[in-house]
Design a protein around this ligand. Structure first.
Ligand SMILES: [Zn+2]
Length: 330
């Protein structure tokens, strides 16, 4: 297991080195606790190469997309370092690259395995994708998930991959705002929707399905319970749809435990992400069981945390069961 874990790190680094040789960024590795950000302006081309417009330590540029990407990557780095002692995406100090002004009126942001790429939005549906800190955290968390668990981007494993990004993205925003879980809005992309859209965000973790209802955008399709699980071939098997179910489970666990989400529920989710029993094709049920194992390992059998995690999954229609030995695998 340790060999496999190392292997994925080396692969990530190799990819990075190749990219660097191709001229998309620096190769310097940096010491733990220090971040190295590079923001590239794609100048509305659909390319992830372009001019470096802000490097670590450079002053603000007055281009909001550049500065929001720079700040957002920094806060996300700080969150993972301060809370989990994770040194960047790969825990090996991988420099953080953000591409802004990708494409023309491009209505999305994505993680391509090495960089975070942000469109400007068309201002009809969406504003620029750097405007929401949780969306930046979401993209970076895809890198963390890829490095730790390699959850395939399809069906339930893909919905878990998406949910992980919402869970950590939302916690990054809560960390920045110093919010306890009862004070958080649990919305993803609240700043992102244009004024023309009837909605409050891209997704709601506390109440999936309620984020928007709009003539152009349609209605938020997320279920919040297994009874409403959507079987579809669209959206990679509903990865952005069924993620509502594990999203709500995390929200329930965090708010039932109380305090800052990252102190206990977030720690359980993070340790589950690093648990070697979380395989690339893991579905909701197995993931839920692993969160219970990790709650027990971290906080003890019969603890408030274990109970809150079990109750959270129950409430979204997933009954957890513990059959395997309780040792930690990493
Ligand atoms: Zn995503």
């Amino acid at each position: 297991m340790a060999t496999l874990a190392n292997d994925s790190t080396f692969r990530a680094l190799r990819n990075f080195t190749n990219a660097s040789l191709a001229g998309t960024g620096p190769v310097t590795m940096i010491s733990p606790g220090k971040k190295q950000r590079t923001i590239i302006d794609a100048k509305n081309m659909q390319s992830t190469e372009g001019k470096i417009v802000r490097f670590e330590g450079d002053p603000a540029t007055n281009d909001p997309a550049v500065d929001e990407a720079y700040d957002g990557l920094g806060i996300t780095y700080d969150f993972f370092w301060n809370i989990f002692e994770r040194h960047s995406i790969d825990d090996e100090g991988m420099p953080l690259q953000g591409i802004v002004h990708f494409g023309k009126e491009y209505n999305n942001a994505f993680w391509d395995g090495q960089k975070m790429t942000f469109g400007d939005g068309d201002d009809d549906l969406f504003k620029r994708f750097t405007i929401s800190l949780d969306v930046i955290g979401h993209e970076l968390a895809h890198g963390v998930t890829e490095d730790e668990a390699g959850l395939v981007y399809f069906n339930q494993a893909g919905a878990l991959n998406e949910s992980m990004s919402d869970v950590f993205g939302s916690m990054v925003k809560q960390f920045k705002l110093n919010q306890t879980s009862d004070k958080a809005d649990w919305l993803i992309g609240a700043e992102l929707l244009s004024e023309k859209i009837n909605g409050k965000a891209l997704r709601s973790m506390s109440d999936p399905g309620s984020a928007y209802d709009d003539p152009v955008l349609g209605k938020d399709p997320q279920p919040k319970h297994m009874n409403d699980f959507v079987n579809t071939f669209e959206d990679n098997g509903g990865v952005h749809i069924n993620s509502g179910i594990p999203n709500r489970a995390f929200y329930l666990a965090a708010t039932n435990i109380g305090g800052f989400a990252w102190e206990r529920a977030g720690k359980i989710w993070y340790e589950t992400l690093k648990d070697a029993r979380l395989r690339a094709n893991t579905g909701f049920k197995r993931f839920a069981n692993l969160t219970v194992y990790n709650a027990i390992r971290l906080f003890g059998q019969g603890s408030v945390e274990e109970q809150a995690v079990q109750n959270a999954w129950n409430e979204v229609g997933i009954t957890t069961s513990i059959k395997e030995p309780l040792q930690y695998a990493h």
